[in-house]
Design a binder for this molecule. Structure first.
Ligand SMILES: [Zn+2]
Length: 210
């Protein structure tokens, strides 16, 4: 059930849904990437939501059990949000949904973000000064902040009409469909898309035998 450092899944095209996909059944058994504090740090690292330096500081300084307790809060938050997304996807979000989102606002209110002028790193204009958002990671609970932020971004920036669940048998992965004509049906063609294709082939093959 626990991930043991396995490669996490980032196929959603929206970080708020990638968070929901941090528990999944990629093969036959469910894998939980947030099963422990260590697992959660590993997932946050892979997601790019928290920089490696801050994660290392937590690994060094957290008290026993502290990170496990945050991971447990993250799992509760994730399952609460899954329920919200499941109830609301398929149509644009209306004002009625706002009242349900209070738990996210409560976490966001604790945020301690600030800006710094830093050197551009990732483009050809390397070294150009850019304004970067940073955060004071005072407590292990502050690790919930980037999660609240990506959930809030999903709610505010995405059209819930395009939020879909993979049609694969037993697959729980969700994604935002950005294809033209909104025809995406699978988490990935390589996994569920192929399985469905094979199942159709098998079905056809059995039918033609009789
Ligand atoms: Zn799938």
């Amino acid at each position: 059930m626990t991930s043991n450092g396995a490669q996490a899944i980032f196929i959603a095209d929206a970080p708020g849904l990638d968070f929901l996909n941090s528990i999944a059944t990629p093969l036959d058994h469910p894998v939980e990437w947030l099963g422990s504090g260590a697992g959660m740090l590993n997932w946050l690292d892979q997601s790019g939501l928290v920089d490696a330096e801050a994660l290392d500081a937590f690994r060094r300084t957290a008290l026993p059990g502290e990170l496990d307790s945050v991971a447990s809060q993250a799992r509760t938050l994730r399952e609460w949000f899954r329920d919200f997304v499941d109830r609301n996807r398929g149509v644009p979000l209306g004002a009625a949904a706002l009242a349900d989102l209070e738990p996210i606002n409560r976490i966001l209110a604790r945020d301690e973000q600030f800006s710094q002028i830093v050197a551009q790193q990732e483009t050809r204009a390397q070294g150009t000064p850019v304004l970067a958002r940073q955060r004071r990671w005072r407590t292990p609970e502050s690790l919930l902040l980037p999660l609240a932020q990506v959930m809030a971004e999903l709610v505010c920036n995405e059209n819930f009409s395009d939020v879909k669940a993979c049609e694969g048998h037993n697959c729980t992965l969700m994604f935002v469909d950005r294809t033209r004509g909104r025809r995406r049906r699978w988490c990935s063609m390589a996994v569920c898309g192929n399985r469905a294709k094979q199942a159709t082939h098998r079905e056809r093959a059995t039918k033609t035998q009789y």
